[in-house]
Write a protein that binds this ligand. Sequence first.
Ligand code: COA
Length: 604
Amino acid sequence: MRILFLTHSFNSLTQRLYVELTGRGHEVSIEFDIADSVAEEAVALFRPDLIVAPYLRRAIPESIWRKHVCLVVHPGIVGDRGPSALDWAIQEGEGEWGVTVLQANGEMDAGDIWAAETFPMRLAKKGSLYRNEVTTAATRAVLAAVGRYADYRSGTFRPRPLDCANPGARGRLRPLMRQEDRRIDWQCDSTEQVLRKLHAADGFPGVCDELFGVPCHLFDAHVEHRLRGAPGALLGRRDGAVLRATVDGAVWLGHVKRADRDDALKLPAALAFADETKDLPESAVPLWREDEDDWSPLRYHEANGVGYLHVDFYNGAMGTAQCQHLLEAYEFARSRPTKVIVLLGGADFWSNGIHLNLIEAADSAADESWRNINAIDDVARAVIETGSQLTVAALRGNAGAGGAFLALAADEVWAREAVILNPHYKNMGNLYGSEYWTYLLPKRVGMERARAIVQNRLPLGAAEAVREGVVDACLSGDVSAFTAQVVTRAEALAAAPDLAQRLEDKRARRERDEAAKPLAAYREEELAHMRRNFYGFDPSYHVARCHFVRRTPHSWTPRHLAVHRELDWGEQPPGRPKTVTHPLGGLPRSGGGTCKAAVKGVTP
Ligand code: COA
């Protein structure tokens, strides 16, 4: 079928649906929801069988839904309506939640129901639930709804009207959640209530509060199991987070956005309040921890010849200092008498590469970009050069840009089947990229495919990534089932009788590769391009980053997504869109005065 996505952005759910539908042979084109007239034009150009709206913030215009079946994905149970569906479900402690696929009509979220799925809730950040449970349920529901379209056309399937489907059930119309609904009372709220409020507001809009007497929005909460203090008091700092006491415990606040400064960014709390936090006691935890109770982004443990390094940085972004800490942790893992090292990313992201917010906040964005790319390259080199153990990158969550290539530095890459990879950099202002990608990707897929993958700028599902040779294994199940399989497979690798031979072959291969072209040469070439991206005449990377970190709304849909806007679109055979690189590269965001500052620190 020909399916048009009308969506606010090409976010993780939209990418997953794109991968699933194109993988089933559907022809999918995408238009960002910018204005009614733009959406109408897209429909006229593409002439879709079906319109799917995976992530919309406004209603579909009547001119479209009157003439076409438009299926809207709503992250709520049947009958739930309103713009803060997940926020209410998390904050109010729903035990079960769901996703409903509705047909757009004149009333928001009130159309006929084509499919619905439910899932048990976790006490987790909104973004984590969205990227895991919601995305899985939405994928099932959209595939079911798309599968019903032919029956709908032939009259054998009729979607259920909302009222009949849901007499007196839990789902109902809820208003937009306001900051006063989210307010934390540090003198009264229990740790669980505080966590629910913070999780319901993560990563947008955050909970409006105060730290050190300064108004700010709080994000990225983690429970503390040991330390206690007077309710509301700040007790310590760890890995950029600050610890705040509740009436019955304490929570780590990882990130904040100050409200007293124009153009403030979401930053680690200890950086946003650098002066105020420096006298708080540092509450470090050892890297090697058997249980997960003590929060810290890095954790190492061992079992049966396998060393597991957990790396869970907020949003998968890895700043210079974080890369340095990761390198230290990795060197420790490498020094252990294990047979296999498994690099486990977070449950939501394996890695998204260099930390664009920290770069944006630095005095010189160009200098910080340079430091950050070198620091992440050092990590990649250490993994590539590991001769003493087999290395595995275990992708529980998505990986993008440099983060996707960092995974390829390992000998084996195992991905959860729901994982989406974006192994390309160009969306960030035509960034060339480093992390030894020019060595790692062609080694796996050949030069021609490597070029196509980085040029196409499209997401790859785990199964497709295996077919392409980018990834070695695609394992089914949710995060915990995947992790259990990783443990079984890693222990089998460590116990395999041919392990010594495998390690010897690996060392010999690396020596041959080094003789053919040293790693340093790959790095030098990549960094020569990156130096131009960071310091050169063309500011595209700085502009794209500025818009990305400020979440500037898109002002047009990139041509590689909006297939219907190809000049020769009607003449192309069905299938994947051919690549058209916009002359400016980067994500198509609206211009904004604030981003004039993007080029600060660039020395041409
Ligand atoms: N640095 C800082 N923050 C990052 C980041 C990075 N490299 N990558 C993602 N994030 C943040 C986003 O700003 C967003 O923040 P929020 O909490 O304020 O919402 C959050 O992570 C989730 O990102 P989002 O884009 O909404 O997730 P997605 O799953 O829809 O898309 C990517 C995933 C990887 C396609 C997209 O995040 C991306 O393009 N990231 C930039 C990758 C990059 O260019 N890295 C630098 C070159 S190595």
